[in-house]
Design a protein around this ligand. Structure first.
Ligand code: BDR
Ligand code: CA
Length: 305
């Protein structure tokens, strides 16, 4: 089993990613942390709790993280993810709460107590992770790798160069990419190819309560690409389960923190600046058919879990 910390901003695609992680026997989820991103941190943290209740997994601690980016003003993406961040399905009222510790303290405790270095998956802005590294650099050896949804080598979804998670807190992203940690960046280069077709979104509505929930939130998701909707954050979990679906290259990634290109992730692919140094494994392609086939076979398993 792989021990994980998930740092998220649910968010519809985060919600689907977490649904798989919560039900998969391959994973040992040690902690879920919320961050401000698609909606406020109060709402993203509540959404983590709602999904735990939906799947009967209230045993996993949930901690609330940063309310705003390190330096920039916070702007949400409720125009894509709705006011609640998880519209389209009627989740029952919450019966449990976040733990008393904030996300940073909670991560430190989990990492300190871990026998082995752990994987952290981040599918929102990287504010919590950057604060962790700034305030507690001593935990770095306990982080085996960081799997990030975010960035892009080939154009943005907020501006022509910036992807939303990096754009939301570029200063945090900059800290992460300069940290020397083992980073896997799964950005728009692959996530805009990994679609759930409009037909599949309809079909899964009939696949039990989990299918109804996922179909509900995906229908309410105001993000479209061709005949389907991108499942951005789901790719992080898929990568842990099926890395063979992805084509990965080594790159030196720089984050732009100011000016009109702010939030851009630049690869020095001709090695003009970086003297052959690389800081990231970057997913550059995905077998999109394998992705959708895999996703559809996961739903019955999630119902059974
Ligand atoms: C990323 O931005 C968010 O809106 C999604 O949840 C995903 O993490 C895609 O750019
Ligand atoms: Ca997200």
């Amino acid at each position: 089993k792989e021990a994980l910390i998930l740092d998220m901003d649910p968010g519809i695609d985060d919600a689907v990613a977490l649904s798989i992680a919560l039900t998969h026997s391959e994973f040992d989820l040690k902690l879920l942390t919320g961050v401000a991103g698609n909606v406020s941190v109060e709402k993203t943290t509540a959404n983590l709790l709602k999904l735990e209740e939906f799947f009967g997994r209230t045993d996993i601690p949930v901690a609330m993280g940063a309310k705003a980016p390190l330096k920039r003003e916070f702007k949400d993406a409720s125009y894509i993810h709705g006011e609640s961040g998880m519209p389209g399905y009627d989740f029952p009222a919450l019966t449990h709460q976040p733990i008393d510790k904030d996300a940073i303290e909670a991560m430190v405790e989990v990492l300190d107590n871990a026998d082995q270095a752990m994987t952290i998956v981040a599918t929102g802005a990287y504010t919590n992770i950057a604060l962790l590294l700034q305030q507690h650099p001593e935990v770095k050896p306990k982080i085996k790798r960081l799997i990030l949804m975010g960035g892009s080598l080939s154009g943005g979804n907020v501006s022509s160069v910036a992807e939303f998670n990096v754009f939301t807190d570029p200063d945090a992203a900059n800290i992460i990419f300069q940290s020397g940690l083992d980073i896997t960046m799964i950005g728009l280069d692959v996530t805009l190819k990994a679609l759930l077709s409009n037909q599949s979104i309809k079909d899964i509505a009939k696949m039990g309560e989990v299918g109804a929930m996922i179909s509900g939130v995906m229908t309410a998701y105001n993000d479209a690409e061709g005949d389907g909707k991108p499942m951005h954050d789901v790719n992080t979990i898929l990568y842990l389960l099926h890395p063979e679906f992805f084509t990965v290259e080594e790159h030196m990634i720089y984050v732009i923190t100011e000016g009109p290109a702010v939030g851009g992730t630049i690869s020095d692919f001709q090695d003009r600046w970086s003297n052959g140094q690389k800081n990231s494994h970057v997913a550059v392609d995905i077998d999109a058919k394998a992705f959708e086939d895999w996703f559809l076979t996961e739903i019955p398993k999630m119902n059974a879990a």
